[in-house]
Write a protein that binds this ligand. Sequence first.
Ligand code: ADP
Length: 485
Amino acid sequence: MSAENNTFLKNKNLIDGQWVDADGGETINVNNPATGEIIGTIPKSGKAETARAIEAAQKAFETFRKTSALERSKMLRKLHDVIMENQEALARLLTMEQGKSIVEARGEVGMSAGYVLWYAEEARRMYGDVVPSPWADRRIMVTKQPVGVIAAITPWNFPSSMLARKIGPAIAAGCTAVAKPATQTPYSGIAWGILCEMAGIPAGVVNILTGSASEIGGEITRNPHVKKVTFTGSTEIGKLLLKQCAGTVKKVSMELGGNAPFLVFNDADIDRAVEGAIAAKYRNSGQTCVCTNRFLVQSKVYKEFVEKFSAAASALKVGNGLEDGVQQGPLIDMNAVESVEAMIEDATKKGGKIVAGGKRHKLGGSFFEPTVIADAKPRMRFAKEEIFGPISPIFKFKDEEEGIAMANNTVFGLAAYFYTSDLGRMFRVSEALEYGLVGVNEGVITTVEAPFGGFKESGLGREGGHQGIEDYLESKYVCVGGLGL
Ligand code: ADP
């Protein structure tokens, strides 16, 4: 399938049910990171278009808030169905703009549908409370209602599923939305507009804008109609948006950076750990916020793990994600390649030993070899910074206490993984880790049923699980008095 005949490749923005260009007609080119080809041009919208989208969402909210939970649940079920009916086209579009393998892209689209179905179910369970009253003649009720217009800003690494986690609960709660996907991967975001139309979701409920991030973000955070901003992206931009939201005291949800540790204890099943390590590291070419940033391996099994893991990393098939059997696609762009190279150079200068990969891939462009660096040390940049690329630094620790201390020695706290066969250690370590998600003897753990989110500077709030709808709701206490008792 070429880019041209994919139904979901739409070069327009969706405002109030209308597919439109930017006011000035300005556009931005979008390219395929595997081939460098331009696959389309998207509108470069800014402040004025954003203000109109927010106004449309506010207008739509006045009626949408009155729909019943059952009606919204049915809309989401239909949305789930149209996503699954179009899974292959959506997956191919995703691979074309983002680079990940088609197998991973299909998985991501399936996950998007999964979030939508989960929130179709949760829509009907937004229970309030009837609380025992301290007054004989009064009754106390606590009800839930939608916050209003929400704005969603999403990154390029999961261009479909990051919007699913935001649009799904928003619709379930009865909110309306303005979404801004990342400029590198806008089509999987714009596709949500087409899918919502196919599912019969009313005009203005979901609006999609592409263009100047600072202008769109500026208007979203300034506009008093927006009651909640939900952001997934870098810690740097997350902090900026938090500041900008302060002026109108918006609710905020932030899914920010990570620095995931992956601990392998002496008593671990090493083959299982290697398998989990490959999945936890090289998925999406290392470009996820839950990808392992630091492998921490206990002394006795260090050598064995390094040997087996570097052999498995070297065996990964790198190539265009649309080709059969490819496990690692290109990095998102050349800036990403340069950033990865700089980290490798820093590590080798400080005594790191490259045991797999280490350089640009012979395919050229932004393809990069799966890389493993042994003898990693705390003074190397990746000890503190997020790598967001296919480099695996391997540090050594001597005992459980040191392993935990090293794992927690970061400002981030999103995902952590550890491998052990000792039941006591399983509880001790999982309780000691300052992380929002912990995988024990598993390297890939994200699922729609469980809450996803970070401790510390990795973010605020949770997405997925029954928790994921809370930030889209206000609680209201109603006191009914004068009962004549
Ligand atoms: P990454 O490093 O993964 O690209 P960013 O935080 O830069 O992470 O981008 C995540 C999302 O935030 C993207 O949609 C991007 O366009 C958007 N973004 C970047 N800068 C701003 C900004 N100043 N205001 C609002 N959104 C922004």
